[in-house]
Design a protein. Structure first.
Length: 138
């Protein structure tokens, strides 16, 4: 991860953030929408996560298998330094999987919440993989 100047997504912009808190900033939401949407379909996200983890590829997974794959993917990438393209790809793949695991409709608000939670996990490292998957923080 690069440390951008204050106001452009630098970690120093979030010093006051409490663990488990997901900052909601309209600039950040706009940037995530521009760089992470449209989300890949769940099959594409699944294949991408399997490839990243060097798992054998299987396009269709049960909800339980998708949950485990996404959890493994999150844990494997915690603390990894990404370039912007790789970060956006990871956020998009996780967001697609998380939205697929939830029974809630894909509204703009729900998508924004999952993008922000995924960003908080990868960039700020202030929420757990379990919280992201279960949506308790969204």
């Amino acid at each position: 991860m690069a440390d951008y100047p204050p106001g452009v997504g630098s970690k120093t912009d979030y010093r006051e953030i409490m663990p488990g808190e997901i900052p909601r900033d309209e600039f950040l939401v706009s940037r995530l929408r521009q760089q992470c949407l449209p989300l890949p379909n769940v099959e594409t996200a699944t294949l991408s996560m399997q490839h990243a983890l060097e798992f054998s590829t299987q396009k269709m997974l049960s909800k339980r298998e998708l949950h485990k794959l996404t959890h493994d993917f999150l844990l494997a990438l915690l603390g990894v330094e990404f370039d912007r393209t790789s970060l956006n790809s990871a956020i998009s793949n996780v967001a697609s999987a998380v939205l697929s695991l939830r029974d809630a409709p894909r509204t703009v608000q729900t998508i924004d919440d999952v993008l922000l939670a995924s960003h908080a996990y990868f960039w700020l490292e202030n929420i757990s993989a379990e919280a992201l998957l279960e949506g308790s923080e969204c």
